[in-house]
Design a protein around this ligand. Structure first.
Ligand code: ZN
Ligand code: ZN
Length: 76
């Protein structure tokens, strides 16, 4: 099993079994449905952390937000 598969099987926040996907940049803030903006999450974490504007500060999420900001700047 490779790292990508492991990343998709367990909750990004608490490492329990993931049942949903959480957007790093929330859809309400025009986040996209692509792999770099999605992390696996269990139900409780998705509902408690998914709506947080600051969100997770790990490397993956930080990069996802950075890519999002770059895309927005380039479009304007
Ligand atoms: Zn969780
Ligand atoms: Zn993260």
């Amino acid at each position: 099993m490779n790292r990508q598969m492991l990343r998709n099987l367990f909750c990004h926040y608490c490492m329990r079994e993931a049942t949903t996907r959480d957007h790093v940049v929330a859809k309400a803030r025009h986040g996209v449905n692509s792999y770099f903006n999605l992390v696996p999450a269990c139900g409780p974490c998705n509902s408690t952390r998914g709506s947080s504007p600051s969100g997770c500060s790990c490397e993956f999420c930080t990069r996802a937000r950075w890519l999002f900001d770059m895309g927005h700047r380039r479009r304007r």
